[in-house]
Design a protein around this ligand. Structure first.
Ligand code: PGA
Length: 243
């Protein structure tokens, strides 16, 4: 069983030296390293098996957009993937579903694979699993509005209360949500067929359990992707095909 492991380094690596060292330790097939933008090119030159991804993208192709980065730039510096709609951007940058939708289009147009993050907050999960499904369905509907069938779309289910908290979802609930996401997207007009990853406090210890089902195609890993020994355990737990 071959899984994908997305290493989301966030804004936690500060130098090229640190980035290259960490990337070399994470260099396995099936791993997608998402470093801060400036480190993408140097990592690209220093890994052989891992792929590169960005943590964000802007929706316009180019122009007077100070501080933003386009899909074309990302592609040209070596990224193949891009995380879109991460909850931290929705929270701190006030990204709306409309913006996320625009970004998905930008990623697909540039030839990147979009990794769309969805997930419910704690107050919703407290209302029960049906409420969580409804919340996620609503995000998917808006974020993927008018997106037609593509092989370059991955959904990362990341319950907000599990991100960076050390509280992981149960394998049963995340599997149920992964099934729901696939069912929901297939039942929509565009009949999207997607792979689903789980994200939120994945560690070497829980990865085996969290990823045991073949209906969960991998993990989006934050904190543990910065600890080589821990990350290696996640890779092993995924029984990745290394070559
Ligand atoms: P975490 O982060 O693994 O540290 O919980 C996951 C994420 O933010 O995608």
């Amino acid at each position: 069983m071959k899984k994908l492991i997305v290493a989301n380094w966030k804004m936690r690596v500060n130098s090229e030296e640190e980035a290259v060292k960490l990337a070399r330790a994470s260099d396995h097939a099936g791993v997608i390293i998402c470093p801060p933008f400036p480190f993408i090119p140097v990592i690209k030159r220093n890994v052989r098996r891992a792929a590169l991804g960005a943590q964000d993208i802007f929706w316009e192709k180019g122009g007077a957009y100070t501080g933003e980065i386009s899909g074309t730039i990302l592609k040209n510096i070596g990224a193949q993937y891009v995380i879109v709609g991460h909850s931290e951007r929705r929270k701190w940058l006030k990204e709306t579903d409309q913006m996320v939708n625009n970004k998905i289009f930008a990623a697909l147009t540039a030839g990147l694979t979009a990794i769309l993050c969805v997930g419910e907050p704690l107050r919703v999960r407290k209302q029960g699993f049906a409420a969580a499904k409804k919340f996620v369905a609503n995000q998917l509907k808006k974020d993927l509005e008018s997106v037609s069938r593509t092989s370059r779309l991955i959904i990362a289910y990341e319950p907000l209360w599990a991100i960076g908290t050390g509280v992981v979802d149960t394998p049963e609930d995340s599997l149920q949500m992964a099934r729901f996401i696939k069912f929901f997207l297939k039942s929509q007009k565009s009949k999207l067929k997607v792979n689903v990853l789980y994200g939120g406090s994945v560690t070497g210890k829980n990865a085996g359990h969290m990823l045991q089902s073949k209906e969960i195609q991998g993990a989006l890993v934050g904190g543990a992707s910065l600890k080589p020994a821990e990350f290696k355990k996640i890779i092993q737990a995924c029984s990745l095909n290394f070559e």
